[in-house]
Design a binder for this molecule. Structure first.
Ligand code: PLP
Length: 438
């Protein structure tokens, strides 16, 4: 890993907090990618967020292009979300009973995403994918799960095989602590490769409970499905009686009002979909849903057990509902505009500095690969100059722009990224591109 922090890596309050944190928390962080291991330097401890901005413990301000890894689609501390949160919290923070907000949030999801007849709320994307897979296994009576290399579905044991996101950053092929018997129930295929999919199903199709796919991959950088791939997933799974699980934890309610499903112009209905991030409005709320006949197998109506003390939490659902209610067409238009401007400007700056790169997008999610040529799968994504990215990252950080601290992550814009925020990012690019050139 490039361990050397940049010359401007001056963050004494964050460094002091990191020292305290390391004494009581492994690596000093509660999710590995936050530790800056792949870019080096001191992870910034953030103290506050407002609109497109974050302020760290040293009082330095950054234009945020992480957005809490997706949830903050309206920007930080959006007044309508705060009001909904205050209002809900003042009436009690958890009941352990059903409550109206859960119904309203479920209704909003069902309204937005037609393939979802029914939805169950959980507290994290990991829980959503874990539960969807249990349900697919319960429905089909089969155990094998097909996933794609470089796709991340949370830290579910059986899905931590050839995963993207933090797993890619740490270069762990899989995680220690996952029994090989469990990994053996997972078949990993190259993404966007219809021939590999067909061959795997020809060999083991009758054992496959489901294929789980990121609706558009965002955890190895932005890698949308190639033309025809989503249709092939539907055709091949249907031919073999397996379910298609579309993981929209990252893309859901971000790529369009109906997520990637509403964005990609194909006529494909997944059997199950998983959601998180945006639908929680910055609180722990996530969901899985889909076909009524499949969802009917869930407890208490059916035999597939699934539960949660904080599932459908009244404050989290209020935040999620307020967020979704404010995600109108103007929000999606602004996300597209900002993403388009930034993607173009990054490319221009890197070209001027002679840095090999490729900007790819999946709707308003985009990322910059420090390599030439299209990225279609995990092998392509890994074939990039991560040291150049680390130099670019630190130059941007020094200039007050907070990028994802890994070359394998999407950049997330928000509707609160106004022209002033965009200008600050644009102004930082030439020097960062020069730094990337080395
Ligand atoms: N699925 C996808 C596509 C994700 O991007 C993520 C998180 O990044 C997850 C699942 C896991 O969600 P969580 O981190 O809320 O457990």
């Amino acid at each position: 890993h490039p361990a050397a922090p940049s010359a401007g890596d001056d963050a004494p309050a964050s460094a002091a907090l990191l020292a305290r944190a390391r004494a009581v928390t492994p690596g000093g962080v509660n999710s590995p990618v936050r530790a800056f291991r792949s870019v080096g330097g001191t992870p910034r401890f953030m103290a506050r967020g407002s609109g497109p901005l974050l302020t760290d413990a040293d009082g330095r301000e950054y234009v945020d292009l992480v957005g809490s890894w997706g949830p903050m689609i309206l920007g930080h501390a959006h007044p309508a979300v705060l009001e909904a949160v205050h209002d809900a919290a003042s009436r009690g923070t958890s009941f352990g009973t059903p409550s109206e907000n859960e119904v309203a949030l479920a209704e909003e999801i069902v309204r937005r995403v037609p393939p979802v007849d029914q939805v169950r709320l959980v507290s994290s994307g990991t829980e959503a994918t874990m539960s969807a897979i249990r349900l697919a296994r319960g429905f089909t009576g089969r155990s094998l799960v097909v996933k794609f290399a470089g796709h991340y579905h949370g830290h579910v044991d059986s899905l931590l095989v050839a995963a993207g996101s933090g797993v890619a950053t740490l270069a762990l092929p899989d995680s220690a602590g996952v029994p090989s018997e469990m990994a053996a129930e997972t078949l990993v295929l190259p993404y966007n490769d219809v021939a590999a999919l067909e061959q795997a199903f020809a060999e083991r199709g009758e054992q496959v409970a489901c294929v789980i796919t990121e609706a558009a991959a965002g955890n190895m950088g932005a890698v949308p499905p190639a033309p025809g791939f989503t249709e092939a997933l539907r055709r091949v799974t249907a031919e073999h009686g397996a379910l298609l699980v579309s993981d929209e934890v990252m893309t859901g309610f971000r790529c369009s009002r109906a997520g990637w499903w509403g964005y990609e112009d194909v006529d494909v209905r997944p059997d199950l979909l998983t959601f998180g991030k945006v639908m929680g409005g910055g609180f722990p709320a996530a969901a899985f849903g889909g076909r009524a006949d499949v969802m009917a197998l869930l407890a208490p109506d059916g035999p597939v057990y699934q539960a949660g003390t904080l599932s459908g939490n009244p404050v989290a659902t209020a935040a999620g509902l307020a967020t979704l209610q404010h995600c109108d067409e103007a929000v999606y238009a602004r996300l597209a505009e900002v993403a388009g401007t930034l993607g173009g400007a990054v490319s221009e700056a890197l070209s001027s500095a002679g840095v090999a790169h490729r900007v790819q997008s999946a709707s308003s999610m985009f990322s910059v690969f420090f390599r030439e040529g299209e990225v279609r799968d995990y092998d392509d994504a890994r074939d990039q100059d991560t040291a150049a990215f680390a130099r670019f990252f630190h130059a941007m950080l020094d200039a007050g722009v907070y990028l994802p601290p890994s070359a394998y992550e999407c950049w997330f814009v928000s509707a609160a990224h106004d022209d002033a925020a965009v200008e600050r990012i644009l102004a930082a690019l030439p020097a960062a591109a020069a730094a990337a050139a080395g």
